[in-house]
Structure formats: structure tokens, C-alpha cells
Design a protein around this ligand. Structure first.
Ligand code: PRE
Length: 120
């Protein structure tokens, strides 16, 4: 089985906890759907938040959707002046038997501007 890395990002409208949970779950679900994966195929997920997001850990949201046995980690994105605010990013590693060029990366809401070349 081949291990592939999958990128994802979403932008929040506010830093309310419920909103962060909802947008994080949506992002993880879409990454899985776009690549026809189940949670069993996941090896790990690294999340980052821009420094303006402090309401909760995206990993907590991921656990709420059943990823309790997937190793998760959260970190803060580099605080580059002028960068897009309120962004949750993820890098997932998964068992995925397909060429890297066929991996579907997912950019949602305002985060589509980050990588127009990758956004669906
Ligand atoms: O893909 C993103 O989310 C980006 O903002 C682009 C980019 C990059 O330059 O590749 C920049 C910063 C992030 O840490 C990850 C990737």
C-alpha cells in the first residue's frame, strides 16, 4: 500500500468554537470523500491554525467525528504579515493506492484563494 500526503484548508468566518468544530469536520469529511477514503485509511493528520484561532484544537473536532484512534497534532501557522486570517490547514497521510498526481487536495470557503491550482 502506498502512503500519500493530502492537503486541505478552510477559512472560518469567526473564531467561535462551534464554527471551528463545524468547519474542521467539513474539511476532514471532504478530504476523505474526495479521495474515497475511510478513517481506517488514515495514518495521521497534522492541523495548523493561524494565530488568530484560539477557541479550540482542530484535533478535538476530528475526535468528535470518530478519529479517536488516528494520531493527530495541532500547531500554529507562521504569522506572515498580510496572510489570510482564520485558516485551518491540514496535512493528512493516508494509505492511498494511486499516483500522487491523482490525489485530491481540498480548499474550502475563503481558503480557495490559497492554492487556486489545487482547489476543486
Ligand atoms: O496551501 C496552503 O494552505 C498555503 O497557504 C500555501 C503554503 C505554501 O506556500 O505551499 C503556505 C503555507 C502553509 O504552511 C502551507 C502551504
Amino acid at each position: 500500500m502506498t502512503v500519500r500526503a493530502i492537503r486541505g484548508a478552510t477559512q472560518l468566518d469567526t473564531d467561535e468554537r462551534e464554527h471551528l468544530v463545524e468547519r474542521t469536520k467539513e474539511l476532514v469529511e471532504q478530504v476523505l470523500d474526495a479521495n474515497a477514503l475511510t478513517t481506517d485509511d488514515l495514518i495521521s493528520i497534522l492541523f495548523t491554525c493561524t494565530p488568530d484561532l484560539r477557541s479550540d484544537f482542530p484535533a478535538a473536532a476530528a475526535r468528535e467525528m470518530g478519529l479517536g484512534d488516528v494520531p493527530l497534532m495541532c500547531a500554529v501557522e507562521i504569522d506572515v504579515p498580510g496572510a489570510l486570517p482564520r485558516v485551518v490547514r491540514l496535512m493528512a497521510h493516508a494509505n492511498l493506492d494511486r499516483p500522487r498526481t491523482d490525489v485530491r487536495h481540498v480548499y474550502l470557503h475563503g481558503a480557495t484563494v490559497l492554492r487556486r491550482d489545487l482547489a476543486q
